[in-house]
Design a binder for this molecule. Sequence first.
Ligand code: UGA
Length: 429
Amino acid sequence: MRVAVIGTGYVGLVTGVVLADLGNDVICVDIDPHKVAMLKQGKSPIYEPGIEEMLVRGLRSNHLSISDSVAEATKASDIVFIAVGTPQSPDGAPDMKYVIAAATEIGRAVDHYVIVVNKSTVPVGSGTLVAETIAGQGVSADLFDIVSNPEFLREGSAIRDTLQPDRIVIGASNPIAAQRVSDLYATIDAPKIITDVNSAELIKYGSNSFLAMKISFINAISRICEACEADVSKVAEGMGADKRIGRPFLNAGLGWGGSCFPKDVAGMINIAAKFGYDFKLLKEVVAINDDQTLHFVDRIRRRLGGLKGKRIALMGLAFKPDTDDIRDAKSLVMIREILNEGGSVVAYDPIAAENVRQVFPDIEYANNTQELASGADALVLVTEWNEFRQIDLARLSRLLKQPLLFDGRRIYAKKVAEEAGFEYCCVGG
Ligand code: UGA
């Protein structure tokens, strides 16, 4: 099939390269000339395992091309995906300006029947908004259909999540359009949930909000575990063994961050309010999340007798492993707290340090974990990169001024850390 994908952020680029890899003829479009130039050379603007190989393969096979023209791509395609950003507005609602801009350009270019697919995370009613925007350019209703096809990929495992999803959700008012989009995914073995546009849009927000709630729930339990000396990992294992609950997303830690959960939970609260429902449960989910990191900093503060004049070493900065993304990363909250109290920060991350440097140019950045630990008053595990899991803790403990290890993601066993010479403290323990 001939496909255009507008927007080459995480969702757009992964969708484009995967659809090209499945044999479709795909044009990926972006308005950013720098991104377009990089992509044409086979370089990915985002860090994502496996994406560059697929990009190069697509360009070489001619199944994939890169363009800066929505009009050209629309004219050459049967299906046009809108995968532009929907950043959070000050009131929590997703900002639809990029979606409207893309729909306007599509509307101006339509000269044959196209299916326009909303892949961006958009609030309920966006299908209608996109349809009205296209029709507003004088396009007759029989020349296009709107489909909602939300994305559930995770950063760091985006290609795998796209090729092996738990489900594919397709919302449309025209069943023929829904079938055409479903055919695009014919080779992917996953249940297809075909529904109306509003339900598909709500599935996306409902899913991300529920997952954030699961994490906040176990983090609330972790606070009780700290007080009664229970083991939150075992509690999660026991709860998660019930198939109705499930073990994934029950890892206690410093809380959820990234480009999706914070924005989508705020979006869900906003959507609910617009439809007259006060989603108090989700407001509490956010409050628990905000408190989780501050509470952990407080434990470090209490153990050190204040943060003033203390050198704190942060291990990992990205909002989660396998990405250089630092949007709403818990490391940023920690750095701010420590600096505000007159402490100093030294930080190390395998790939996200440069992004943090843009926000905090004046903290110290180490090149490896030994440099990081040297002379620090405490070592704090913030992001659970694999390279930290098997690290030589005994060697590190000797480098610190005081051998204190605060594990914000519970990746070390207390006994192992103590045998390595550390005094060990972790979330939920
Ligand atoms: C999330 C969803 O998992 C995807 O399904 C969705 O497509 C995506 O948002 C999106 O809407 O685009 P992502 O933000 O890439 O994906 O990251 P996750 O792996 O879900 O992690 C989110 C946050 O939750 C991270 O800060 C992570 O550290 C935290 N987390 C996750 C926990 O604290 N505990 C857990 O058990 C799992």
